[in-house]
Design a protein around this ligand. Structure first.
Ligand code: FAD
Length: 483
């Protein structure tokens, strides 16, 4: 009996649910990945760090699968890689390989759910079964429910229930290696497409500290593990190496969420506050997957319907200034440059720039959400939508609408010496620390002393925060009746 494992956002061969079940139940198991033209053709640029990251991770996975098979004495191993529309491509491949079943890991995004339903029907018509497994999350949308059996919409009680359910069984890795001798070799003549074959060109990915593939993930984890204890106090400062930078690996499944959670849970159980906080972040990840799965309307609408009555501004010039890191608020501009130059943005800064777009510039969160979707290496619909709706106050368990970040005090608090700002805004290098957070407040003599020409070397602020704040309070005021 023969099976095909269809890999998507799970580009690894250790602790892999669908691969484990396939190898345990079938004598011959093929593995495949499809570069889905429905997704690739919709990307705005032909040079995209994510495509390059996936491409490199797919090549690494091909090699890892060969080595895994070789270690178990099997002749097989390797990955079959195709380029085309996902469903017809996988159906055609399954038929040509003569498999009885296609196994895959579950996805929770509305479009992916529709794709998988379509695939199940098309495969069934060809006499082939499709089965799917939990792999991407620790606990699924229907595993953590209130006593009444409904989904949570507030994080703290959700996390309490989530932690109770997260037992040793949930954290046990799938021992793929025990059955690796069932791995089949790809048909003769298979070759991996190059990036150019896919119609894409290289980016600056190679110059970023973001090694792809399973080994890249383990490298970052190895670097983070000893820093986990300090996570709680270091994680809010973008100039410090306080976070794990593993999000892109979680996005493409080059690391197992169970491996990460087991590490954190082990240290948390010994009272390590940093590990407890990091584990909470993994709970947020599950929480937003759960919200998206139960409430798919959030993709285009506010979680709380009343908030869709908020009147946002069109403001094309302000929008352009935000996108191009020209707002005149250094922390916001440095954060946007980090995004544009690297595809990463620190979590504290994601909150600051999202708040700035919605509450200082009065622009609809959906526009910012789409911009992040185009630029973030770790872009993930569930977490991104959750983060934007949190900052815009339209989401579940969101920042209350009257709580408005001050971009200057956020800067003073979380980048006190301006190290992060100077890293991304070298034009402000000579501005003294105390003025770096808001150079527009400098007097002419102070500007002259550091050689900064405001409006030329660095923009004047596009809005005044105090008046923008008043406008936002007016914008949201109709909700004060308790919506
Ligand atoms: P760490 O601090 O090391 O956290 C470890 C992991 O926990 C992360 O990799 C991530 O998987 C998860 N995590 C941490 N914080 C959150 C959170 N608030 N919500 C959900 N999961 C979380 N995260 C994404 O993975 N993709 C996105 O597209 C995304 N967009 C965001 C947009 C906004 C406006 C905001 C405020 C947050 C967004 N986040 C997103 C959440 C968070 O900013 C990133 O997960 C984090 O910055 C990634 O860096 P890290 O891996 O070093 O995180």
């Amino acid at each position: 009996r023969t099976a095909l494992v269809w890999m998507r956002r799970d580009l690894r061969c250790d602790d892999h649910a669908a691969l484990y079940h396939a190898l345990r139940r079938f004598e011959r198991v093929y593995c495949a990945f499809v570069f889905d033209t429905d997704i690739l053709d919709a990307l705005p640029r032909r040079s995209d760090r994510r495509v390059e990251f996936i491409h490199a991770s797919v090549a690494a996975l091909d090699e890892e699968l060969r080595q895994l098979a070789a270690r178990s004495g099997a002749p097989g191993g390797g990955l079959i890689v195709r380029h085309g529309p996902a469903v017809p491509t996988i159906v055609q491949l399954a038929r040509s390989l003569g498999v009885q079943e296609v196994l895959t890991n579950r996805d929770y995004e509305p479009e992916a759910i529709a794709r998988d339903q379509h695939a199940a029907q098309a495969l069934q018509a060809a006499g082939i079964a499709l089965s799917d497994y939990k792999d991407q999350v620790l606990l699924e949308h229907n595993e953590v429910l209130t006593q009444q059996g409904s989904p949570y919409s507030v994080f703290t009680p959700y996390k309490r229930a989530w932690l109770q359910k997260l037992d040793a069984f949930q954290l046990t890795p799938y021992p793929v290696q025990c059955y690796a001798h069932h791995l089949a070799a790809p048909p003769a003549g298979e070759r991996l497409p190059t990036l150019a074959d896919l119609g894409f060109s290289a980016t600056n990915l190679g110059s970023l500290a973001l090694p792809p593939g399973m080994q890249g993930a383990q490298q970052l984890l190895h670097d983070f593990a000893p820093r986990m204890a300090a996570y709680q106090e270091a994680r809010d400062f973008p100039a410090r190496k306080g976070v794990s930078y593993l999000s892109v690996h979680l996005r493409f499944g080059t690391v197992s969420i169970r491996q990460l959670a087991a590490l954190a849970a082990g240290q948390a159980a010994q009272g390590c506050a940093g590990a407890q906080t990091w584990l909470s972040e993994l709970a947020w990840r599950d929480f937003y997957f759960m919200i998206l799965r139960h409430h798919p309307h959030v993709v285009t609408q506010s979680f709380r319907p009343a908030y869709d009555r908020v009147q946002w501004d069109d403001a094309p010039e302000l929008w352009q200034a935000w996108c191009e890191a020209r707002t005149g608020y250094p922390l916001v501009d440095a954060a946007m440059r980090q995004l544009l130059q690297t595809g990463y943005m620190h979590n504290r800064l994601r909150m600051v720039v999202a708040s700035f777009l919605t509450k200082d510039l009065g622009i609809d969160w959906r526009r910012g959400e789409r911009f992040f979707a185009q630029h973030l290496n770790d872009y993930d619909l569930a977490a991104n939508n959750g983060g934007w709706q949190w900052a815009a106050s339209t989401g579940c368990d969101a920042q209350p609408w009257f709580r408005i970040f001050n971009p200057i005090t956020q800067s003073q608090k979380f980048d006190p010496e301006g190290k992060f700002i100077r890293r991304y805004l070298p034009e402000l290098a000579r501005v003294p620390d105390k003025h770096l957070h808001f150079p527009a407040a400098m007097k002419p003599l102070e500007l002259q002393a550091c050689g900064l020409r405001l409006g030329q070397d660095y923009p004047l602020p596009v809005v005044d925060h105090a008046s923008a704040r008043e406008r936002t309070l007016m914008r949201f005021h109709f909700l004060s009746a308790g919506a």
